[in-house]
Design a protein around this ligand. Structure first.
Ligand SMILES: O=c1ccn([C@H]2C[C@H](O)[C@@H](CO)O2)c(=O)[nH]1
Ligand SMILES: [Zn+2]
Length: 141
């Protein structure tokens, strides 16, 4: 992945916030998931009056991709913050999203880019964000 590829992914995550459905928190999160074939699948958070059915931006992107037969991923960029102004801080993925990502991504290779509104980012491997993650390998016997 080149620096330019990362920049594009960061821009797509920032843009995806525009579609967040957040009448309760006002906290807009966008995600851009890069598939190994080069496709980029975006997602936003979608809230619900009953609160718990809320879906995070990261899971929206993963589920969109998987539901279209895209299963091999290289990286995800995530941007989150209040309102429509560019996020001033990094928004790390929640534990549930980390667990969903580990189902589909090699934790030592898959990159997570946490972005701010100025298009800077911090990057981690999924293994750094979810050490000792539980996956299908743990079910083998
Ligand atoms: O990983 C995360 C964590 C939170 N949110 C959303 C859920 C909710 O709509 C809002 C506040 O928690 O942020 C995400 O989209 N991704
Ligand atoms: Zn989440």
């Amino acid at each position: 992945m080149t620096g330019r590829d990362k920049e594009i992914l960061v821009e797509k995550a920032l843009e995806a916030r525009r579609f967040s459905y957040v009448p309760y928190s006002g906290f807009r999160v966008g995600a851009a998931l890069l598939a190994k074939d080069g496709r980029i699948i975006t997602g936003c958070n979608i809230e619900n009056a009953s609160y718990t059915p809320t879906n995070c931006a990261e899971r929206t992107a993963v589920f969109k991709a998987v539901s279209e037969g895209i299963l091999d991923f290289e990286a995800i960029a995530i941007a989150g913050g209040p309102g429509l102004e560019p996020p001033r801080d990094f928004a790390p993925p929640c534990g549930v999203c980390r667990q969903v990502l580990v189902e589909f991504c090699d934790p030592d290779r898959f990159l997570v880019l946490l972005c701010k509104g100025d298009k800077t980012w911090k990057e981690f491997t999924l293994a750094e964000l979810l050490p000792l993650g539980f996956s299908g390998k743990n079910l083998e016997r």
